[in-house]
Design a binder for this molecule. Sequence first.
Ligand code: NDP
Ligand code: GDR
Length: 336
Amino acid sequence: MTVALITGITGQDGSYLAELLLRKGYEVHGLKRRSSSFNTDRIDRFDSDLWDPDAGFFQHYADLADGASLAHLLCRIQPDEIYHLGAQSHVRVSFDLPGYTTDITGMGTVRLLEAIRVAGLDCRFYQASSSEMFGATPPPQSETAPFHPRSPYGCAKVLGYWATVNHREAWGLKATNGILFNHESPRRGETFVTRKITRAVARIEAGLQDVLYLGNLDAIRDWGYAPEYVEAMWMMVQHPEPDDFVIATGEAHSVREFVVAAFAQAGLDWERYVRIDPSYYRPSEVDVLIGDASKAERVLGWTPKTRFSDLVRIMVDADRQLLDDERSGRLVRVDI
Ligand code: NDP
Ligand code: GDR
């Protein structure tokens, strides 16, 4: 049985990836951090068959701030594959917490890579790199586009990217960077713009919210569907030659277009509800990200399936359903 460790298992991608690997018959270990409130909602929603003790799913406390906790975990688990998804991942927040973001998102990757070396593991390593590393570089952005990050988060991811490349070159680690463009889903954190919008649409439609405050509506992003992007992570790790890959749809839309499409889904006139709050503006913005994923298609055979309009529909429908479930008390929380 292949043994995988996922950092960031409680996040959007970690939860989808854990499900994917369990379905493939992996033994899956997830690193979760201590929190004073529940932070395992997304993995509590696993299908019931994945709860079977024989399914091989284990959770462990550790933290990217604590190198010793990472080393202990690796020595105990001896993973064949490590998917490093844990990070302070919010770009706007990274301007308020530059030191913390650099420590967790950047140095956390260095700590994990060093823990692999200390533990003497012969494993495959996946680094969750980001299109935010391209920042101000004009589109389309491919693996050869230069980095010009525009936030502390982007800078921290550049550190993680190069630390991963360096461990590959210096120590022969089978390490791969997935440079993923924005990907969304019903499990997207509520403070990222797509989910903030689709959640608001469901609440406005239900009469629970009057106004949606947003920042820059002109930013252009390349939004894909998260379950397909975790499949790409797995495909990258299986590739015999560790390498770096852009994963994107190549389809570009503005935040305004996302707003229009999401409100239209509920038959609402967005201009009645959306207000601009400059506090959501970023000190330096990333204006346009449009990925060129032709290398992933050529080498891995990966292509995106879900297009923009489908993504908006999936997310609005899921938020309507979630609201219904919450209001009727159908959602039960499972403690683990
Ligand atoms: P999320 O923000 O949903 O999840 C981040 C995860 O990291 C959570 O499990 C979080 O735990 C965990 N984490 C945060 N701080 C620590 C810490 N100190 N120690 C251990 N774990 C920690 O991110 P996504 O799932 O959206 O993204 C996954 C990865 O991919 C991230 O690294 C992100 O930066 C990167 N990425 C994401 C893209 C996207 O569009 N989604 C695009 C490109 C890259 P907790 O639940 O307790 O907060
Ligand atoms: P991003 O995602 O910064 O691209 O990072 P986010 O959804 O936060 O912002 C996308 C764009 O929308 C604009 N925007 C707003 N953003 C938020 N969060 N809230 C608002 O109210 C709002 N109004 C407008 C932003 O200015 C921005 O231009 C995500 C994260 O998942 C990163 O971890 C990941 O690396 C990148 O995607 C690729």
